[in-house]
Design a protein around this ligand. Structure first.
Ligand code: ADP
Ligand code: MG
Length: 238
């Protein structure tokens, strides 16, 4: 399998706070990397450094062998990254379809092609029948699926998911786990920040645990969730 992402020694400082402290990771096509850790551990900051929304003060990031360390988000998107945002913020006055058209234009030439791509993505997340509704009318579970459709509309090879399972009821959670598992079988590489352990355990091939900006453990979901340092990091803060 092709190496999708490599990050080496990623460090992000905010004034005196080292939010991410020399974190390294690699990810192959068709793999899911779970990123967990207590609040304030640096998960979102690492995620933002990888996707270009926060500059890495130190370290190097390559995407399919291409150095993207200094590239802004839109160039990383062109190079194959797609992402969701933790606080989903659809254009509420636009329809569901129009929301997906916005990113779809990035990888298509004309309106006709963008529309076809957007409809295909909506179909993939089970929102095709809602295409003409205002995004405002969607409930939480459907808003999350819309977020996923938007991320997929840039045709990413590597997908960054920021807590897309949070707050979902059990049936919606099962459904979302199913969607993500389906994306892996399509060959996408996925980085997932997630608090829902059920999702981490069922989906991740590899898990990285952050605490105070440092990687304190990594391995299979089973190995990290029974690691004393990990249990201590969670119990020690919450
Ligand atoms: N924009 C920022 N400016 C200053 N400090 C920040 C900023 N973003 C995050 N931090 C700090 O960096 C640390 C890691 O935060 P964050 O990445 O949000 O953790 P997590 O997502 O794991 O909860 C925290 O101490 C937080 O207060
Ligand atoms: Mg966070």
């Amino acid at each position: 399998m092709l190496e999708a992402l490599r990050a080496e020694g990623i460090t992000v400082r905010f004034g005196g706070v080292t939010a991410v402290d020399h974190v390294s990771l690699t990810l192959k096509d068709g793999e899911i990397l779970g990123l967990i850790g207590p609040n304030g551990a640096g998960k979102t900051t690492l995620f933002n450094a990888l996707t270009g929304f926060v500059p890495a003060g130190e370290g190097r990031i390559t995407l399919y062998g291409q150095d993207v360390t200094r590239d802004p988000p839109y160039q990383r998107t062109r190079a194959g990254m797609g992402r969701t945002f933790q606080t989903e913020r659809p254009f509420e006055e636009l329809t569901v379809l129009e929301n997906v058209l916005v990113p779809a234009f990035l990888k298509t030439k004309g309106r006709h092609e963008a529309r076809a791509l957007a409809l295909e993505m909506l179909d993939q997340v089970g929102l095709a029948d809602r295409a003409e509704q205002p995004a405002l009318d969607l409930n939480l579970a459907r808003r999350r699926r819309l977020e996923l459709a938007k991320a997929l509309a840039v045709r990413p090879r590597i997908l960054f998911l920021d807590e897309i399972m949070a707050g979902l009821n059990p049936p919606a959670l099962r459904e979302m786990i199913g969607f993500v598992a389906g994306l892996r079988t399509q060959g996408l590489a996925i980085v997932m920040v997630e608090h829902i352990m059920q999702a981490i355990i069922e989906l991740s091939d590899h898990v990285i645990v952050l605490a105070s900006g440092k990687m304190i453990a990594e391995g299979t979901p089973q190995a990290v969730t029974s690691d004393d340092r990990v249990i201590e990091a969670y119990l020690g803060t919450d």
